[in-house]
Every structure is written in C-alpha cells, then in structure tokens.
Design a protein around this ligand. Structure first.
Ligand SMILES: Nc1nc2c(c(=O)[nH]1)N[C@H]1C(S)=C(S)[C@@H](COP(=O)(O)O)O[C@H]1N2
Ligand SMILES: [Mo]
Length: 319
C-alpha cells in the first residue's frame, strides 16, 4: 500500500495564517478580487499612503508638465457638493447616502434617438485615460488632480446629436432621500437639480472629459460618483457632479450659478486672472495644502488648447 505522508516541512495554511485572514481569504475566493481590500495589512498600508487600490484600467498620463499632484486625502476631504452641505469638510462624512448602484443617464433632446445609458454597461464601451489637470474653483482655491475618465466627445459621437444641437446640458441626480440639502426644499442652499451647460465646440474639445475615477480608482461619492464633468480651463462649478441627464439643445442653457446670481456668474466661466469676480480678485489662487498663493493662469494654463474657441469674444463681457 502506498501511503502518501505529508512531508515534515509541509505546513497547513491554517496553521500559519491568523484565523481572521484565513476566513477573509476564503471570502475573497468566493467574492473575487474586490474583497482583497479586506486584508487588514493592505488597508493599513493604504491608509498610510492615503491612496486607494487601483481598480481601473486606463492609459497613464505621463505628466509632461510635471504638475505636483495634490494628495488623495486633500482631493477627497475638501469638496463643494451643495446637495449634501455647503461645508467643504462636511461633504465627505455625509456622502455615503448617495447610492450609485444601477445608475442611469437619460439622453434626450436633439439626438437621433433618445435613450437611457446604463452607467455600468456604457463604461465598458469607452477607453479610459488618466488626465492630470489643474482644477481652479471660482472661490480662489485650486488643486492638481489625476482624474480617470473618457472624452465627452466619445459619448457625444455615440449618442449622435442632430446638427441643430448647439449646446449640451447636464443635470445632477435629483433624489431627496440621497441628498439632504435637496430634502430641505424651500430652505435648500440653491435650487435643484444642479444644472450646467457647454457650447458644442467646448464639449467636443479634447480636454473635456467625463471623469469616473481619480488616483486609479473609481470616483469617491464626495467627488461626484459615478460620473462627473471635468472642463479644466473653466471654474470648478462648471464641472457638474453625479450626472443623471444629458440633453442636446439649440439655445444656451442657464447653469445653476447663473440662475442663483446672474450678476456674478455667467455661462462661460473661463478661468481668467484679468477679470475679477465682483467681490474678489481672480489674479491669484491658493493650492490646497500650500501657504502661499500662486498666480492664476489664463484659461487655467490651457490657453494653447482652448483660446481659439473664444477668439472673437469679449471675455470681460462673456464671463
Ligand atoms: N452637483 C454639483 N456639482 C458640483 C457642485 C455642487 O455643489 N453640486 N459644486 C461645483 C463646484 S463649485 C466645484 S469647485 C467642484 C468641486 O469638485 P470637488 O469637490 O471634486 O473638488 O464641483 C462642482 N460641481
Ligand atoms: Mo467652486
């Protein structure tokens, strides 16, 4: 009889692995790679680095200009997302009520065929790329973010707008069970849904993306999950979060901040150090985490790529 004895050096995995990790490994095998995040050592290491696990596949941005990235912690802890609260530090602890499961995006207006895009399905059809961009809020703070996203022009080509479509219009989800400030009704900070718009040539520009992630991982809720617009040469308020509807229209749409205060905010909102906000200068900005201010750049540093879009326009008038 041939009895296979366990070799003396063979140690059962159970004996060397702390019970907890062993159990988790089993769950991991059942659930797939996503629950790898559970391993406590990985969680600890990531907390120290303050970086998420890279879960997205994308073409890396080589960062030719050597922009200095803000940390994951900075980008995800200081937010403007009025649907939750007007407190920038207050958004992150509240953002868990945003449910991004089975997210739909309504496409309507001047298109060949109106449709509903399932986010989970559509994301498989696009090529993701990293875009390391400066991001400048109209309030005078800024940051550098490694977004992951796809070109808005890819979505536009996919949904086929009619030639009569001159502008694109976006809406953030309206759901007063997910967004506490929407539930305040008459006492809300601003009127909802949050809305934004771009001229079609701005929307088709190569710099304009729909972001679905940052630092290699899907977008945190406080940054506008599951997808938000990024228009890096415009003030941050144009970069509408948690988009649930995209319409193609023939007239310039109103955007939320123009609705709230038309004397102070316009449709274009191009970053421009030479045109001050009625209540403060736009010449300088403070990068999150820095003590000193730095000069704000024309079109936020993207003049070469976008100045031609506005060549015959008086930028002191079209704010
Ligand atoms: N739906 C929605 N989108 C929004 C906002 C908002 O309050 N609600 N704030 C805007 C402003 S003013 C800025 S500066 C950016 C902030 O993005 P961040 O929190 O990812 O830095 O989101 C923009 N998009
Ligand atoms: Mo902003």
């Amino acid at each position: 009889m041939n009895i296979i004895n366990k070799k003396s050096w063979h140690i059962d995995e159970k004996e060397v692995t702390p019970k907890e990790i062993f159990e988790k490994r089993r769950t991991f095998l059942k659930l797939g790679a996503a629950s790898l995040v559970c391993s406590s050592s990985i969680v600890e290491a990531l907390a120290k680095e303050q970086l998420p696990i890279k879960t997205l596949k994308y073409i890396e941005d080589k960062n030719p200009q050597n922009l200095k990235l803000n940390s994951y912690e900075q980008i995800t802890s200081y937010n403007n997302f009025y649907e939750f609260t007007t407190s920038k530090e207050g958004v992150k602890p509240l953002a868990h009520t945003l449910n991004t499961n089975s997210w739909d995006i309504v496409i309507d207006g001047l298109v060949e065929k109106e449709m509903i895009l399932r986010f989970d399905e559509f994301i498989k059809k696009v090529d993701l790329e990293e875009r390391i961009y400066r991001f400048r809020c109209v309030e005078g703070w800024s940051m550098v973010v490694p977004w992951i996203g796809f070109k808005l022009s890819d979505l536009i080509k996919y949904v086929k707008p009619l030639s009569s479509a001159k502008y694109i219009y976006f809406e953030t989800l309206f759901d007063d069970e997910m967004f506490p400030d929407q539930a305040r009704k008459y006492f809300s900070a601003i009127s909802y849904p949050y809305v934004e718009g771009l001229r079609m040539d701005e929307a088709m520009n190569d710099l304009t993306i729909l972001a679905v992630g940052l630092y290699g991982s899907s977008l945190p809720k406080q940054n506008g999950a599951p997808l938000r617009l990024i228009v890096p040469w415009k003030y941050g308020f144009k970069s509408i979060k948690s988009i649930a509807k995209i319409s193609f229209v023939d007239k310039e749409p109103l955007n939320s901040w123009q609705k709230e205060n038309p004397k102070e905010y316009g449709f274009y909102a191009n970053v421009n150090p030479n045109v001050d906000h009625p209540r403060w200068s736009q010449k300088k900005e403070r990068v999150l985490g820095s003590f000193f201010k730095q000069n704000t750049l024309m079109f936020n540093g993207y003049e070469k790529e976008v100045a031609h879009l506005y060549k015959d326009m008086d930028l002191t008038k079209y704010i």
